[in-house]
Design a protein around this ligand. Sequence first.
Ligand code: FE
Ligand code: FE
Ligand code: ZN
Length: 279
Amino acid sequence: MMGLRIGCHLSSAKGFLAMAQTADRIGAGTFQFFTRNPRGGAAKEWRPEDVEAMRSFCREKDIAKPLAHAPYTLNVCAAQPRVREFALETFTDDLRRLQMIPEAMYNFHPGSHVGQGAEAGIALIADTLNRVLREEQTATVLLETMAGKGSEVGRSFEELRQIIERVELSQKLGVCLDTCHVWDGGYDIAEHLDETLEEFDRVVGLERLQAVHLNDSMNPCGSHKDRHQKIGQGCIGREAFERIINHPALRALPFYLETPNELEGYQEEIRMLKGLYRE
Ligand code: FE
Ligand code: FE
Ligand code: ZN
């Protein structure tokens, strides 16, 4: 496809086909959805007819790269073994379901070490990945870059590398760069985008970068707050987003908005960003 591949987070409450139709209606070329209720708990089984209807609709409309997001409460490096066990079951079950959508990727938050220290957190995350990843799985699993709120692991590129290098089937792993999170984590992507991406390449490798969460931030660089803002209305600013979506290392990646918007607002942002994209 030509042009900017951009979409947003959508609700899957009305089913897969309805979600893809919504994406099409607001001019999105991709979309993100939660695999289950974000607060966790048992997920309804996906209906194969609904999933297939979505997939054929997407092929017809050039909607691609659906991104499945794990529930944000999933914490594979929790201190309590019961919480970790639940996270492992959820992760395994999500990867099993995602075999129905072979073109989908799976994004998750590395987790919060809750006082055990980043080192212990990293070891637990890698251990979980070594238990859930399978040679035959279709979904690439993306570690999301985090803002470093509380005890979040994944606030630096080094932490992501330390996880990846401990995972046996690391060919199944990639990274999703969240612009609000890296900014809040201390990477100045507004004034130093090139340097930040060079650093990412040096530490993690740009070939791991598979997706971008496009969010402005309500707070200054390094604030570790994780409060998303509409594109151009936060501290990162519109000009920085114009550079981000056009950057040679990023421009071919799928972009997902997670900005505080209803559908109309998303439609407007998608239109605005397409206007800033240089063909
Ligand atoms: Fe996320
Ligand atoms: Fe995100
Ligand atoms: Zn966030």
